[in-house]
Design a protein. Sequence first.
Length: 219
Amino acid sequence: MAASLLNFPQPNRLRHFQPPLGGNSPDLDAGRELLRRFGQSVEDVRARTGLLEGVVAYGNVSMTRNEWVVGARPILRFGHQVGEMKGVSITPAGDGLILESEGCWRVDCYSTAAGTGFTGDPWVDLDVEVQKPVGVPGDPVYDRRRYTVWLGDGQGSVGGPVSFVVPGPGYRVFAFAASARWRRMLGGTLYSQMSVNKWDNRTTHADAPREVGDGPGAP
């Protein structure tokens, strides 16, 4: 039952709450029901507040240095804290974020790829990658999202929002970049940011396909 304001009995009616010997008065029964409903409302508010506090988690970081990128996928060192954090921490190496609880999380990440005098194909990739907690055996990559831009000889920002559902605490969020020609991925708050926000404690609907086929009308 949703919490609501309740109308308590008026003072001039309180004297009727004392029942006659050997019975209950209608006013006393109504008062008891009123207090019972009020208690349920308080418990409902407490439960909803507890759920809300479990959902709220957030953290923001920027890159601590510029990275030269070509071919291989170097990690972008998102490790400079911006504002306060709750339910999120920076990895010990200062290169990503640790999600401290399970549930549905949104990650917003971008960096700016600056042009250089080198030539080659003009594409740039930025991967937002969620890795398993430290010590979990097998492939460390739990999930990955990729952003690709075709920048030509200039520069531009690459990245965007993604959502992940993680089944437990300790999962880590990193960003990697790749380029077919030498580029500088620029850091600092002017050119980079990674933000995480928790939306829900539940871990359902975590199995959306990573790739899908063509729709009707494909040649």
